[in-house]
Design a protein. Sequence first.
Length: 472
Amino acid sequence: IAKQVVDYLESLRVKRGKGKRLRVAPRHVQNVERVLSRIVSECGFRSLREINAEAVRKWVAQLLDDSKCEWSPRTINAHLSAIKAFCNWATTAKPRRLQANTLERFAMLDESTNPIRARRSMTPTELQNLLTVARMRPLAEFGRKTKRNDADKQPTNTTSRKTWTKVPLTLPGLAEAYRLGRDALKRSPAKIVELERKGRERALIYKTLVLTGLRFGELTSLTVGDLQLDSSPAWLTVKPENEKAGQGAELPIRDDLAIELRAWVADRRQWACGESESVSIVVAADPLPLSTLLFDVPTGLIRVLDRDLSACGILKRDDRGRTLDVHALRHTFCTLLSRAGVAPRTAQQAMRHSSIELTMQRYTDPALLDVAGAVDCLPALSLDTFAPETIREIMRATGTDGATSFVAPTVAPNPDNGATIVSICDNLASNSHDAETIENNEKTPVFQGFPLERVKGFEPSTYSLGSCHSAN
């Protein structure tokens, strides 16, 4: 089946439709090769005839039952689509390799019931600790101390490796482990240089992801020729075939990151020349072609990041259920832009998103936004606007000084305020000609000179103002 997979991938590269050749991104071919090889390997298929729906169904059920598996239905469907497309090619391509596609009617998983994985952003302190651990951990792994296992867990063989284990790395003990690691490898200086180079590259990978917002696939495709580090400002180019939207992009680079990338490229060029060669020798050809990949990104970067986070003491999942992974560094880039007061439209352009809602809602972590600091930026408003002397002058000018409070004239009823609605009893008492009406409840009371009518059909506790009409 391995040979058939190679033929299938080659057919994707030269895919044709309607009499002309179709453009297929190399990254798409790489993704198909990765997911197809994985499902074929885990299902145990060794030939085309062994592909069957029952084995694939058991594989899917095992993934769904595994509590440690973080695959979403969308990821599983991507593997199912790859194997189904492969079987369909085997039944239709010439020469024909399969008589029938046994997975043609295999049901896909429902993706609507599974929410999108929520990621959180990292604080500046967490980022600094992550870069420190990434830089020192490759060498500090050789300086980890050991401890004996519990007595009930030790095997009968006292010389067995299972009788002891290494102490996990922590941030407080990282410097000591780093020093012990150098001492343990002092007879292998080349190994020390290799591990220090690996730690430097890993830290630079994290920093590049955080300060540029690149996706993982875009980072792995970066070459030396994609960098323009001598311009001001420096910038990098993402080719259309390597970008998610397929349009390409030019991203600016901060000055401090540009300096470190420039030193990294210069060191790689020196390593390519060979450490034994003299720097005075002029090399005719560039030992580091422009097509050389900028970073040697490990395929298991997510597992490397998990170990670095564990050494930092940073939880993989917080109390809100949000996780940290490689793509969370892109979320961190967007959140840091918002914290710095960058306009939403500018942040959208930096993230290369099609909508501003995606930038502000999906990629901005509200837990890291300084809402309290934003409230402090509002103008200060004081209730003590006037001094006591000024208040008395205002009250004297308006004739409200004395027993009446400063705000009473605006809300309290008085005979001079015709627009103010006063109580019925107070109004009736002020009209001497209505005294007879007060004593006799059978008669209709008067409100400021207008008769009041009762609401028919009920026994209201008050009189209706329906018959009151203003003089205007």
